[in-house]
Design a protein around this ligand. Structure first.
Ligand code: HT7
Ligand code: ZN
Length: 894
C-alpha cells in the first residue's frame, strides 16, 4: 500500500471551479452526470489531469462537448489531451454506482430505503471522478431525480432552487450551494423523511430556516436536537461573533453511520444516536452528547467549512479546534463553576484513558501526522482530543479575550481558504504579540510535530529560614514510532498551580517580589526550570496542573497527607478529584504489583486494601452538604481498569480486575449507610429535565444503587428495589442505571430484568443498543460473558452490518470488558480476530477501529501477550485485507 507523506504535498495541477451534478437515484444503479469547469493551475508545471475514483463504472468522458481519450490507472482517471492555456474548459463525466451494495457506508449508500452520502475523508470519489482533496474548493449545483413515492424528500447542500414532477412517477429537486466547498462536504439525502422546523432571526435581522429530518415516527424525539442547534447558533455568535451564513440549515438522522455525525455544508448528517432523544429512550449522557455533537457539527460551519484543511495531515486544524469549541459550549451551557469542572473531569478522563494510551502505543502519531496509509485510521483521539488540548493551551496562554482576537484574525486572513495548523497558531500569536504563546511560538509548535505524552517531574523545597518554596519542574517525553526520545525537544508546558497551607487554605503567591494572586500559570519551556515563591512560612502542599493545564503526566511524590489535604480543601475542583484518583490508583497499582512475598498486611487481605484514612476522606465527600452530586459521583468512582493498566509495565488484566473489584466492594461495604442515604436523597428527581444538576443527582443515585447491590452480593432488598426501578422508572437514566446495578452485581434478578427491559423497549433501536452493550460489559462470572456474547450474535435483533449494533455488542466486549475479554484460554482474542476479519469484508473503517482493541498487546503479561500476538498475526496473514486493517495490524506487530 502507498504511504502518503506530509512533506510530499504539492498544490493541485488543476482547479475545479464549478460542479453541476445530476443524479438519477436508483438503489441498484444510480447514474451520475458530473459537469465541471476546470482550469489549469498556472503555478504548477503542466501535467495530465488525474481524477480520483473508486468502485465506479465509467460510461463517458467529454471535454468541451467532445469525446476524448483517457486512461484508468490504479483507480484514477487520467486525461492527457486537455486544452492548453489558462482558460477554463468543460469536463463531463458520466458514471454509475451501486448504492445498495455499498456496505462501507462511504460514498452514496442506502439505509432503510433512504439514500445518504458520507464523503469525508475520501468518499466523494466513490460518487464521481474528482480531485478529491480538500484544497480544491468549487461551487456546486445539484439536480436530484428519483421515484416520488419512494423518495418524496430530496435534499442537498445550500438552497432549494426548483422542484417539480417528472414522467413515470418521478420528481426532481435542484439545489445550489452559495458557498465554495471541498468535495468532502458534499451531501445528498433522499427518502421518506419528515422534519421538525424552526424559523430563527439572527442578531443582524436575517431569517433562517432550521430543519431536523428523521423517519416518520421519530419526530417527537427531535426537540432536544433542535434546541441544541438553536443554542449552538446563539453561542457561536455571542462568543466568537460567528453567525449562521446560510438561509437553511438541515440535520438529517440515519441509523447506519460509521461515526457520530458529519458537518456537510448546510446539510449535516447524523447518527440517530446523536439526534433522537426523549426521556423514555435516552439517558442524561445521551442528552449531553446530543448537545455536544450538534454543537460540534454546527461549529464546523466556520472552523472546517469556511476555513478548511489544506491536506488531511492538517485534520486537527478543524477537529482539534472544533472539539475545543464544543467543550467550551457544553461548559457554558452547564452554567455553574462546579458543572464546568464536572465537564472538564469527564473530558480529561477520556483524554487520559484513551489518548494517553494511544500516545504510548504503536499507533502514536503527532497531532499533525507525518504519514498515513489510510486517512480514515487517523480520525483519532490524538487528532481530536489532544488537538483540542493544544488549542486549550493556546487559549490559556493568550487569555479568553486574546483567543477571541486570534480567531478574528484567523478569519480575516483565511476565510474561504484551505490552510494549515501553522497558519492557525501563527494567527493566534500575531493577535497576541505580548503573550507567552508569541514569545515561545516555535517551541510551542512542537505540540503539533512531536508525538507522545510528556511527563512533568516536579519537586519542591521549602526553606523555613528564607521563607521560600522552590519548585523545580523537569520534562521528558518517551520515544514514539519514528521519533526517538533524544530527538524530542522541550515542549511549552503551561503549569497552572496554587499552594495550600497545612489547613488547606490557599496561600498568596509571590514570585520575584510580585504578588500573583493565589493561582498562577508557570510556563515550562526548557528541559528544566525552577521558580522560587517568597513569603512562605510553612511547608506548603502544591496543587499542580490545575484543570489539567497541559496534556501531560505529572510525576510528583505526593504523600498521603498531601493528597488528603488536596481532596478535602483544594479550591480547584479538578485537583480535588485528581487527589482521590491518585490515592486509589497508588493503592491499586501497589496491590497489583505485590507478590506473595512482598505484599503488605493490607495487600494480603484484598477486602481491606483502602486504608481507613482514604475511606474516611471519601465518606466525607459523599456526605458533604455543599458538594454537587455530579462531582461526588466522579470522586467516588475508582479509576478504570484500562487507566490502571496504563500505569503498569506488565499488565495482567485479571489481576487488575480482581484488585479493582475488591476495592469497589470495600467501598460498597464500608460506606453502606452513606450509599443508602445518598440513594434516598437523590433517587427521585421530580419531572425529568436533562440538565446538569438533576443529571448529577441521577448519576449519584445510580452509583449508590450499584454499590448497594454490590454490598448485598446482588441479592436481597436492594436487588429487589433495583428490579422494581427497572420496571417503574419514568426515565431511561434511572432505568438503565438500575439494570446496570443488577447486571454488574451479577444478581440472580439480572436476567429477568434484562428480559423485562427487552420486552418493554425492543422497538427502540437505540435502546436495544444499550441492552446489547450492558450484557457485553457484564462481569465474567465463570467465563460466562463470551458465550453470552456469542449467543447474542445470533439474536434476531443483532446485525453486524449496522455500526451501532456492532459497537454495542462486539466493540463493547472487546474494548470495555477487560475481565471478560482477556481470557486465559485466548478465546476473547480469537473472537476479536474473527470479527475483525468478518467486518473487514463489510466495512473496513469499522474493522480497523475494532482492530485497535489489541493495540497495547506488548504490555500484556504472559500468557496473554503471546496469545494476543498470535491473534494479531492471524489477522495480518489474511491475504486480501483492506489497507485500513493492514495499517493497524502492521503497526501493532511493529
Ligand atoms: N468530520 C467528521 C468526520 C467523519 C468521518 C470521517 C471518516 C469516516 C466517516 C466519518 N463520518 C464523520 C465528523 C466530525 O468530526 O465532526
Ligand atoms: Zn469534527
Amino acid at each position: 500500500p502507498t504511504v502518503v507523506q506530509r512533506l510530499d504535498y504539492t498544490a493541485p495541477a488543476f482547479w475545479i471551479e464549478t460542479v453541476e451534478l445530476a443524479f438519477d437515484l436508483d438503489p441498484a444503479k444510480t447514474r451520475v452526470l458530473n459537469k465541471m469547469q476546470v482550469r489549469r493551475n498556472p503555478e504548477v508545471p503542466a501535467q495530465p489531469l488525474r481524477l480520483d475514483g473508486e468502485d465506479l463504472n465509467l460510461a463517458r468522458v467529454l471535454v468541451n462537448g467532445s469525446g476524448t481519450s483517457f486512461k484508468l490507472d490504479g483507480g484514477q482517471l487520467v486525461l492527457e489531451n486537455l486544452p492548453e492555456g489558462p482558460e477554463p474548459f468543460a469536463l463531463e463525466i458520466f458514471t454509475t454506482c451501486a448504492p445498495l451494495k455499498n456496505t462501507q457506508l462511504s460514498g452514496l449508500y442506502v439505509s432503510q430505503e433512504t439514500f445518504f452520502t458520507q464523503c469525508e475523508a475520501q468518499g466523494f470519489r466513490r460518487i464521481t471522478y474528482f480531485l478529491d482533496r480538500p484544497d480544491v474548493m468549487a461551487s456546486y449545483s445539484v439536480l436530484l431525480r428519483a421515484d416520488k413515492a419512494h423518495y418524496p424528500v430530496l435534499l442537498s447542500n445550500g438552497n432549494l432552487v426548483e422542484s417539480g414532477d417528472l414522467d413515470d412517477g418521478r420528481h426532481f429537486a435542484r439545489w445550489h450551494d452559495p458557498h465554495k466547498k471541498p468535495s468532502y462536504l458534499f451531501a445528498l439525502v433522499a427518502g421518506k423523511l419528515v422534519a421538525r422546523e424552526q424559523k430563527i432571526t439572527s442578531r443582524t435581522g436575517k431569517e433562517h430556516l432550521l430543519q431536523v429530518w428523521v423517519r416518520p415516527g421519530d419526530l417527537e424525539k427531535t426537540e432536544h436536537a433542535m434546541r441544541s442547534l438553536m443554542h449552538a447558533i446563539a453561542w457561536d455568535e455571542a462568543r466568537f461573533g460567528l453567525p449562521l451564513d446560510l438561509e437553511r440549515f438541515m440535520i438529517v438522522a440515519t441509523s447506519d453511520f460509521n461515526m457520530g455525525a458529519m458537518e456537510n455544508k448546510g446539510l449535516n448528517i447524523f447518527n440517530t444516536k446523536y439526534v433522537l432523544a426523549n426521556q423514555a429512550t435516552a439517558t442524561d449522557a445521551d442528552f449531553a452528547n446530543i448537545e455536544s455533537v450538534v454543537g460540534h457539527e454546527y461549529f464546523h460551519n466556520w472552523t472546517g467549512n469556511r476555513i478548511t484543511c489544506r491536506d488531511w495531515f492538517q485534520l486537527s486544524l478543524k477537529e482539534g479546534l472544533t472539539v475545543f469549541r464544543d467543550q467550551e459550549f457544553s461548559m457554558d451551557m452547564a452554567g455553574s463553576a462546579s458543572a464546568r469542572a464536572v465537564k472538564r473531569i469527564e473530558d480529561v478522563r477520556v483524554l487520559r484513558t484513551v489518548q494517553f494510551a494511544e500516545d504510548a502505543g504503536p499507533m502514536a502519531h503527532p497531532v499533525r501526522p507525518d504519514s498515513y496509509v489510510e486517512i480514515n485510521n487517523f480520525y483519532t483521539v490524538t487528532i481530536y482530543e489532544k488537538g483540542a488540548e493544544v488549542v486549550r493551551m493556546q487559549h490559556n496562554l493568550v487569555g479568553k479575550d486574546g483567543f477571541a482576537q486570534g480567531m478574528k484574525l484567523y478569519f480575516e486572513r483565511f476565510d474561504g481558504q484551505a490552510v494549515t495548523c501553522d497558519d492557525f497558531v501563527q494567527a493566534m500569536a500575531d493577535a497576541n504579540p505580548a503573550s507567552p504563546l508569541a514569545q515561545h511560538l516555535d517551541a510551542f509548535k512542537r505540540w503539533y510535530s512531536q508525538a507522545g505524552t510528556p511527563t512533568v517531574h516536579a519537586s519542591g523545597v521549602f526553606d523555613a529560614q528564607a521563607q521560600t518554596y522552590t519548585l523545580t519542574l523537569r520534562q521528558s517525553c518517551p520515544a514514539t514510532p519514528g521519533q526517538s526520545a533524544s530527538a524530542k525537544q522541550p515542549f511549552v508546558i503551561p503549569v497552572t498551580l496554587g499552594l495550600l497551607d497545612g489547613q488547606g487554605k490557599a496561600l498568596p503567591l509571590q514570585l520575584q517580589g510580585l504578588n500573583v494572586g493565589t493561582e498562577h500559570t508557570l510556563v515550562l519551556h526548557q528541559e528544566e526550570q525552577a521558580w522560587t515563591f517568597t513569603g512562605i512560612t510553612s511547608q506548603p502542599t502544591p496543587s499542580l496542573l490545575r484543570s489539567l493545564s497541559a496534556p501531560v503526566l505529572l510525576d510528583y511524590p505526593f504523600t498521603e497527607a498531601e493528597l488528603l489535604t488536596l481532596l478535602a480543601h483544594d479550591s480547584d475542583a479538578f485537583n480535588r478529584w485528581e487527589a482521590a484518583q491518585r490515592l486509589s490508583l497508588r493503592i491499586a497499582t501497589n496491590a497489583i504489583a505485590a507478590t506473595a512475598e512482598t505484599a503488605t498486611e493490607k495487600e494480603q487481605n484484598p477486602a481491606n486494601l483502602l486504608p481507613q484514612s482514604v475511606v474516611d476522606a471519601l465518606r466525607l465527600v459523599l456526605e458533604h452538604p455543599q458538594l454537587d452530586a455530579a462531582f461526588k459521583e466522579l470522586v467516588l468512582t475508582l479509576p478504570s481498569e484500562s487507566y490502571i493498566a496504563e500505569q503498569l509495565d506488565s499488565v495482567d488484566p485479571q489481576r487488575i480486575h480482581s484488585v479493582r473489584e475488591a476495592m469497589r466492594r470495600q467501598l460498597a461495604l464500608a460506606l453502606q449507610p452513606q450509599w443508602q442515604a445518598a440513594y434516598e436523597a437523590h433517587a427521585h428527581t421530580g419531572a425529568y429535565q436533562p440538565e446538569p444538576i438533576a443529571a448529577g443527582r441521577r448519576a449519584l443515585a445510580g452509583l449508590a444503587l450499584n454499590m448497594l447491590c454490590l454490598a448485598a452480593q446482588g441479592d436481597g432488598v436492594w436487588a429487589g428495589k433495583a428490579y422494581q426501578r427497572v420496571k417503574d422508572a419514568g426515565n431511561m437514566t434511572d432505568k438503565a442505571n438500575a439494570l446496570q446495578a443488577l447486571v454488574q452485581s451479577a444478581s440472580p434478578l439480572a436476567s429477568n430484568a434484562l428480559d423485562y427491559f427487552y420486552r418493554q423497549l425492543r422497538h427502540e433501536p437505540l435502546v436495544l443498543d444499550k441492552w446489547f452493550a450492558l450484557q457485553a460489559a457484564a462481569p465474567d462470572v465463570q467465563g460466562s460473558v463470551l458465550p453470552a456474547v456469542k449467543a447474542l450474535l445470533k439474536h434476531p435483533d443483532f446485525v453486524l452490518k449496522n455500526p451501532n449494533r456492532a459497537r454495542s455488542l462486539v466493540f463493547t466486549y472487546c474494548n470495555a470488558n477487560p475481565g471478560g475479554f482477556h481470557r486465559l484460554d485466548a478465546a476473547g482474542y480469537i473472537f476479536w480476530a474473527d470479527h475483525v476479519l468478518a467486518l473487514d469484508a463489510i466495512n473496513p473503517q469499522m474493522a480497523a477501529r475494532l482492530a485497535r482493541a489489541l493495540d497495547r498487546w506488548q504490555k500484556l503479561a504472559p500468557p496473554y501477550r503471546e496469545a494476543a500476538r498470535e491473534a494479531i498475526a492471524r489477522v495480518a496473514a489474511k491475504a486480501d485485507l483492506s489497507n485500513d486493517v493492514r495499517e493497524v495490524v502492521a503497526r501493532a506487530l511493529g
